[in-house]
Design a protein around this ligand. Structure first.
Ligand code: PEP
Ligand code: MN
Length: 636
C-alpha cells in the first residue's frame, strides 16, 4: 500500500508511522516526489488500512492494485534513474551498452572495449559465465574472464556488466563488476534474484524467453524486495511460433512496461533477432519506441567468436549505429548518455567552496521549466542545480563572476533562426568560451490549470515564438481565444498558475507544466515537428578543459572582422578550405559602435589532422580581429 503523508509532516510523525508499519511486518520505502512524499509498505501481513490512516501525519492510504508493488508506477510516479558507476540509465537519456557476447581473452576484450568506447558506448558488456543451450559449447572463462573485463572497463573508463548464473558466485562477482546481468534463462531463478538483490547493486534484468510482462515485473519485484532499487529491465525477444529470427522482439513491451513501472527499460536487439543485419534497424526501433538504451553485441572477428558471432556487429557497424542513434535521440526528446559526464561531485572536489563560487551551478535564461533548463538536464544531470536568470546577459555575468560554473544559452532555432543577442554577447565577453553544444527538439504543449477544459479557454499566453509556432493548432481549435505575447514560455505557465486563471492556457514545454503543477491539455501542438533549438554550453576558460575532455572535440566557433578590400572574406574562407575545415555556418553581424562595419561568425568542423592553434596566426594575419569563441563536440 501507499501511505501518502501530509504536507508539513514532522520527522517524529514520519518515524512513528514507519515504526508502526515495520512492527506489523512491512518493508517500508520512503519515496520523495516533486509534489508529495509517500511511504511504500509491502509485506505479507494483511491489515486494515484505517489503522494507518488514523496515525498523525498520514493524509491517506491507497492500496497498490498490481501484484508487483515496489516496481509499480502507482508507488512511484517519477522515472527511476539507475546509476552504474557514473553512467545514468533512465529518464531522458539513452545509454548504450556494448561488447562481445563472451570474454574470450584479455586481448580480445581490450580490443573490443576500445572500439566500442570510441564509438560512444558507455557500459562494457561481456559474458564470463555463459548459460549455453549445449553443454558442449564454450561456457565462459569464469573468474578469469571477470578480471579481463574489469581491466578493460578500467582502461577505457566504462562500468562493466556481466551475467551471473549461480547464487554462489554473487559475492565473488560483486568484487569485480558494476552491474549484474540476470539472463533470460534465469529470470525466474528466485534464489538467484534474492541473492543478487541483497547486494543492493544495479541489476540488468532480461525478460525470460516465455515470460509475460507481469512475470517479468514480478522478477524485478523479487530483486527490489531483497534490497536493490537499481533495476534496469531489458526486452530481448520472446519465443513465438515465428522462426525467421532467433526470437521475436516485442517492441511494444517498451511503452507497456514504461506505463506500469518507474524502472528504466532497455532493449537487446542482438539476442532478439540473432541476425547481424537486423540489429541496427531494431536498435533504432527500440529507441523510437521509448527505450532508455540498448545492449548490443559487438565483435571484431565475429566469424571466430566463441559465441553469438552471427549476431555480433562489426565495430564499424556499431559506429554507424551510434551516429544514427545520436540523430534519432532529439526526435524522441532524449539525449545520448556520454562518459565521462560532468558530475557535480567532481566539480565540488575542486578548491573553492560552494557558497562563494557556485561551482556546481549551471545558469540559464528563463523561468524554471524553460527549454534551456531541459537542455541543462540533458547535458549535465537530471538533478543538476540550476540558476534561472532574467536576461541572457545575466547568464554571461553569472558565469564570468563565478556564481555559476557553466551557462547554457540558445544560439539557433530551426524555425526562428539565429539568436543574435547571444552571438553578440559571446563576441564581447572575452573571458567566456564555448565548451559544449546541445540540441533539443522543441515540443510545445497547451497547458492549463487542473480542471480547465478546451471550451473554457478565452486567452492563450506564450512567448511570441511559441504562439507563432502553434498557429495552425490555435487557428483550428481556439480560433476565438486572444493570443497574448509573454516574455517567456515557462513564465506564461507560471503566470496562469499564480493567478489561478481558469479561462486561460499557456504554451510551453512539458517541464514547465510539471514544475508549476499544471496539466497538459494537448501535447505536441507545434505546426512543424522539425523544430529544434541548438544551445551552447559556456564557461570561463579555467573550467573549459573538464567539460571538453568529456568527448571528442570536433567543432570550432570563431568570430572575425576583415579589412575593407576586395576578397577579404574570401581570403579567410580560403584558409579554412585549404586546411580541410568544412564550414557549417556563416553569419555576418554589425559591429557595435561602428555603423556599416561587420564581423563574421563561423562554425566549422575540426578534423584530427589540423591543430587549430597552428592555423590561428595565419588567420590573424588576414583579419582585423580574430577570436576563437570555443571548441566543442557537435551535438548534431
Ligand atoms: C547475453 O546477454 O549474452 C545473453 C545470454 O542474453 P539472454 O540471457 O538474453 O539470452
Ligand atoms: Mn550472447
Amino acid at each position: 500500500m501507499i501511505i501518502i503523508l501530509k504536507q508539513g509532516v514532522t520527522p517524529e510523525e514520519k518515524n512513528n508511522i514507519k515504526k508502526t508499519l515495520k512492527q506489523k511486518g512491512f518493508l517500508v520505502k520512503e519515496i520523495v516526489g516533486k509534489e508529495e512524499t509517500v511511504l511504500g509498505a509491502v509485506g505479507t501481513s494483511a491489515i486494515d488500512p484505517r489503522s494507518i490512516e488514523v496515525l498523525d501525519g498520514v493524509s491517506s492510504v491507497v492500496p497498490i492494485s498490481k501484484p508487483y508493488k515496489l516496481a509499480s508506477r502507482e508507488l512511484k510516479k517519477e522515472d527511476t534513474i539507475v546509476s552504474v558507476g557514473k553512467v545514468k540509465i533512465g529518464g531522458s537519456r539513452i545509454a548504450v551498452m556494448a561488447g562481445p557476447c563472451a570474454v574470450e581473452s584479455e586481448e580480445q576484450i581490450m580490443r573490443i572495449a576500445e572500439k566500442v568506447r570510441e564509438a560512444g558506448a558507455v557500459i562494457l558488456r561481456g559474458g564470463a559465465f555463459k548459460p549455453r543451450t549445449s553443454p558442449y559449447s564454450f561456457q565462459g572463462l569464469g573468474e578469469e574472464g571477470l578480471k579481463y573485463l574489469r581491466k578493460a572497463g578500467d582502461a577505457f573508463d566504462m562500468p562493466i556488466t556481466t551475467e551471473v548464473v549461480s547464487p554462489k558466485d554473487v559475492s565473488m562477482m560483486a568484487n569485480y563488476i558494476d552491474m549484474f546481468q540476470i539472463g533470460a534463462r534465469n529470470m525466474q531463478n528466485f534464489e538467484l534474484l534474492k541473492e543478487v538483490g541483497k547486494t543492493g547493486m544495479p541489476v540488468l534484468l532480461k525478460r525470460g524467453l516465455s515470460a509475460t510482462i507481469e512475470e517479468w515485473l514480478m522478477a524485478a519485484e523479487y530483486l527490489m524486495a531483497s534490497g536493490t532499487d537499481q533495476v534496469v529491465l531489458c526486452e530481448r525477444g520472446i519465443r513465438t511460433f515465428e522462426k525467421a529470427t532467433r526470437n521475436t522482439l516485442d517492441c511494444s513491451a517498451i511503452p507497456v512496461v514504461q506505463k506500469l513501472t518507474h524502472l528504466p527499460v532497455i532493449g537487446d536487439p542482438s539476442h532478439a533477432t540473432g541476425i547481424r543485419d537486423m540489429v541496427s534497424p531494431m536498435s533504432l526501433a527500440l529507441i523510437a519506441g521509448g527505450a532508455s538504451g540498448i545492449i548490443v553485441e559487438v565483435h571484431d572477428h565475429p566469424e571466430k567468436a566463441l559465441s553469438d558471432g552471427p549476431q555480433s556487429l562489426y565495430p564499424e557497424q556499431f559506429e554507424r549505429l551510434m551516429r544514427d542513434i545520436e540523430a534519432l535521440a532529439p526526435v524522441v526528446g532524449k539525449a545520448v548518455e556520454k562518459t565521462p559526464r560532468i558530475i557535480p561531485e567532481s566539480i565540488k572536489n575542486e578548491s573553492a567552496t560552494e557558497e562563494t563560487r557556485g561551482d556546481d551551478i549551471v545558469a540559464f535564461q528563463g523561468e524554471r521549466g524553460a527549454f534551456s533548463e531541459l537542455a541543462i538536464r540533458r547535458t549535465f544531470n537530471e538533478d543538476q542545480k540550476v540558476m534561472p536568470c532574467k536576461a541572457f546577459k545575466d547568464v554571461f555575468d553569472a558565469v564570468a563572476s563565478g556564481r555559476a560554473r557553466y551557462g547554457v544559452i540558445p544560439v539557433e532555432n530551426t524555425l526562428g533562426g539565429t539568436i543574435f543577442e547571444n552571438l553578440d554577447l559571446l563576441n564581447v565577453e572575452e573571458n567566456i568560451t564555448v565548451v559544449g553544444e546541445a540540441q533539443l527538439r522543441v515540443i510545445h504543449n497547451l497547458i492549463v490549470n487542473p480542471g480547465v477544459r478546451m471550451e473554457d479557454i478565452k486567452r492563450v499566453y506564450s512567448h511570441p515564438q511559441g504562439l507563432a509556432q502553434c498557429k495552425e493548432f490555435l487557428d483550428e481549435y481556439l480560433p476565438s481565444a486572444a493570443q497574448i505575447p509573454f516574455y517567456d514560455t515557462s513564465g506564461s505557465v507560471k503566470y496562469i498558475k499564480e493567478n489561478n486563471l481558469m479561462d486561460a492556457a499557456a504554451i510551453a514545454g512539458s517541464p514547465a507544466a510539471v514544475h508549476y503543477g499544471c496539466e497538459i491539455l494537448k501535447q505536441s501542438i507545434e505546426t512543424n515537428p522539425k523544430n529544434y533549438t541548438r544551445f551552447y554550453v559556456i564557461s570561463r576558460e579555467e573550467n573549459a578543459e573538464v567539460f571538453r575532455s568529456a568527448s571528442k572535440v570536433n567543432r570550432a566557433s570563431m568570430t572575425f572582422s576583415v579589412p575593407d578590400k576586395p576578397g577579404a572574406l574570401f581570403a579567410v574562407l580560403d584558409i579554412l578550405q585549404k586546411h580541410g575545415m568544412n564550414m557549417k555556418k556563416l553569419e555576418s553581424r554589425p559591429i557595435l559602435g561602428k555603423p556599416w562595419e561587420y564581423s563574421f561568425f563561423v562554425e566549422s568542423e575540426l578534423n584530427d589532422e589540423h591543430d587549430l592553434s597552428d592555423l590561428v596566426p595565419t588567420l590573424k594575419e588576414n583579419t582585423v580581429s580574430f577570436r576563437i569563441l570555443g571548441t566543442y563536440t557537435a551535438a548534431h
